[in-house]
Design a protein around this ligand. Structure first.
Ligand SMILES: Cc1ncc(C[n+]2csc(CCOP(=O)(O)OP(=O)(O)O)c2C)c(N)n1
Length: 614
């Protein structure tokens, strides 16, 4: 459901867009009508539909109504309605909103057509959801090989003796339909015979024209483009980002923030993560790339880091500076989503499928909760291109990191994405600095390669000086899949880590005054940049071992994916490899902040004190 709605929203946007403005009047929304067909058991039972229904009238998601058709055969595989739903009708869940529900007898085709017309007219006139519940029966089993008489013997005895609909209808309108039915049967059989003789699978579907400039499939280095900007361009973008309209009452804390952001963009203060993101979005918009971001509390940012939408302290009026940078910029939509993962992620996946020109992002409140959308990740984001050859360039932002916040607020389950990674089906990154985040976002939009991008984003590191970047970093050409270490030259050991723990290792090295350990930050986990990794390791000819360090437990994180691949690289260079991590654990993190601190200290100590010979 949400994928269809997201696709409809994208197509309606295409119909209504004029530069930075989008016309969403009824006439535009009526150019694309989403129609979703449901089984009765699925309609009553699946939570994703309930999540999606709740999106229907929200500004961020509305498509002017979806027509839902329940193909209600009063059975789900072998399960009866009394076992499927507590309500009288399978459609009753739609009663939570003021949605018209039409129940219609499937054996009365004239009534079905009449109701179909009313539903379409209702949707076109009032712009709301409408449900058509076509109630009938299933003549055979759930599939060709299924025998329904085992589970519903009495029902199927009656169905066997019940005439098929075409006979009932022919009698009703007074025609002899036997010949017509025979003709249709022959045509159908002929087509089936022809289809069986086809040797090559015909092209059943073509991507729309707007996909023509984009590539999918495996990664090629020639897709890379420079993403850095000149100081002048950065300053110009900054000025637009900190501008507010005359008379707008800015919250005192935001006045200070905007002032600091102004200093960041003009090179007078290190740029933090929040502003690096704004610079990426702003510069893309100025280049004409539309940006759409949704997620729980994403307008402000869960960690008070984004402040994309400003709220007038007196009127509560909202202002999105990113939408007012220049008259000829791309459109920008940044919305707080409803408290849903599967529905909202599915919607954005759908939107990205029909808007390859745009940077489309979905943000989890904490990465942990993305598992509420696991079905969208498994079925669509990971496997969509392989199954259907349908590409998407969606970005998932997943706050991740072990900071003592307990088992529900520590892990975006990197291991799950690493396990799904194959055939260049997605990109998995954990940018270690603000500038790396900036280059990665711009790369996603500027490259002609469209691939889902999974990003593990920081929490405590959002404003940390170690993860902030000098403005010059934004002028360098590109994102680096592995960040080199310029502090140590003659390393005996090389630690490789990703994310926050990499910074903690560097801080620990300073504390220990260690001069024999190099620390490389792996910012792109998939596709693994083997050549760059080999080159970074080769910078230390005196090194004897490589240590993969992660803060996740042994059965989680990137370890299972990265370690065997690092071993291959290391072997060719004559180095040994080992790993430092938390012990395998059933839950991602301890619930005790004290225990966390102790674990983290031990982890850092182990990374520096043990060697392969211990
Ligand atoms: C998420 C999910 N859960 C379970 C199944 C297994 N399954 C396939 S069809 C079916 C019954 C569906 O019944 P209904 O929604 O009434 O549709 P019908 O097949 O009767 O048209 C089930 C349980 C599935 N395909 N997907």
């Amino acid at each position: 459901d949400p994928v269809a709605m997201g696709r409809a929203r994208a197509k309606q946007t295409r119909a209504g867009v004029d530069g930075s403005q989008i016309d969403r009047t009824r006439a535009t929304l009526n150019t694309v009508v989403p129609i979703v067909m449901h089984g009765d058991a699925a309609f009553a039972g699946q939570g994703i539909w309930a999540e999606t229904l709740n999106l229907s009238d929200l500004e961020a998601y509305t498509v002017g109504g979806t027509i839902h058709i329940i193909v209600n055969n009063l059975i789900g595989f072998t399960t009866r309605p009394t076992q499927e739903h507590s309500s009288r009708f399978a459609s009753d869940i739609a009663k939570r909103q003021s949605v018209p529900i039409f129940h219609v007898n499937a054996e009365d085709p004239d009534a079905v057509v009449r109701i179909g017309r009313i539903a379409a007219e209702y949707r076109a006139t009032f712009g709301g959801e409408v449900v058509v519940d076509i109630i009938g029966y299933r003549r055979h089993g759930h599939s060709e090989v299924d025998d329904p008489t085992i589970t519903e013997p009495r029902l199927y005895e009656r169905i066997k003796n019940h005439p098929p609909l075409w006979k009932i209808y022919a009698e009703h309108i007074g025609v002899d339909a036997a010949q017509i039915a025979e003709k249709i049967r022959r045509e159908y059989e002929e087509e089936q015979t022809q289809a069986r003789a086809v040797k090559k699978i015909p092209q059943l579907r073509k991507l729309p024209e707007y996909w023509a400039p984009y590539y999918h499939g495996c990664y090629k280095p020639e897709y890379e483009v420079d993403t850095g900007l000149t100081r002048e361009k950065l300053a110009e973008t900054t000025d637009g980002l900190v501008r507010v309209p005359q008379g707008f009452h800015v919250h005192p804390k935001i006045v200070k923030l905007l002032q600091q952001r102004g200093e960041m963009g003009h090179g007078k203060r290190a740029v933090d993560y929040g502003f690096a993101e704004a610079l990426a979005f702003g510069s893309l918009l100025l280049e004409g790339t539309p940006v759409r971001l949704t997620g729980q509390d994403s307008q402000r940012g869960t960690f008070n880091q984004r402040h994309a939408v400003l709220v007038d302290s007196e009127t509560e009026e909202e202002y999105l500076p990113l939408a007012h940078l220049a008259p000829d910029q791309g459109f920008c939509e940044i919305y707080n989503s409803s408290l849903s993962e599967a529905g909202c992620l599915g919607f954005e996946y759908g939107f990205s499928r029909d808007y390859p020109e745009a940077l489309v992002l979905w943000e989890a409140q904490f990465g942990d909760f993305a598992n509420g959308a696991q079905v969208i990740i498994d079925q669509f984001i990971s496997a969509g291109e392989d199954k259907w050859n349908l590409p998407a360039g969606l970005v998932m932002l997943l706050p991740h990191g072990y900071e003592g916040q307990g088992p529900e607020h520590s892990s975006a389950r990197m291991e799950r994405f690493m396990q799904l990674a194959a055939e260049d089906n997605m990109q998995i990154c954990q940018p270690s600095t603000a500038a790396q985040y900036f280059h990665m976002l711009r790369r996603q939009a500027r490259r002609p390669w469209r691939k889902p991008l999974i990003v593990f984003t920081p929490k405590s590191m959002l404003r940390h000086p170690d993860a902030s970047s000098n403005i010059e970093e934004f002028t360098r050409p590109r994102f680096q899949p592995i960040v080199p270490d310029h502090e140590v030259r003659d390393a005996k050991r090389i630690l490789i880590a990703s994310g926050k723990v990499g910074h903690e290792l560097r801080a620990e090295r300073r504390r220990r005054k260690d001069t024999s350990t190099a620390i490389l930050l792996l910012d792109q986990l998939y596709p693994l940049a083997r050549n760059e990794i080999s080159a970074a390791i080769a910078e230390y000819p005196g090194a004897r071992e490589i240590v993969w360090v992660q803060e996740e437990p042994a059965n989680m994180g990137a370890l299972s994916y990265v370690l065997p691949r690092l071993e291959r690289v290391a072997k060719s260079l004559g180095l040994s490899v080992r790993s430092v991590k938390r012990s395998a654990s059933a839950s991602p993190a301890t619930g005790s902040a004290k225990a966390h601190e102790l674990e983290q200290k031990t982890l850092l100590a182990l990374a520096f004190t043990t060697t392969s010979n211990d």
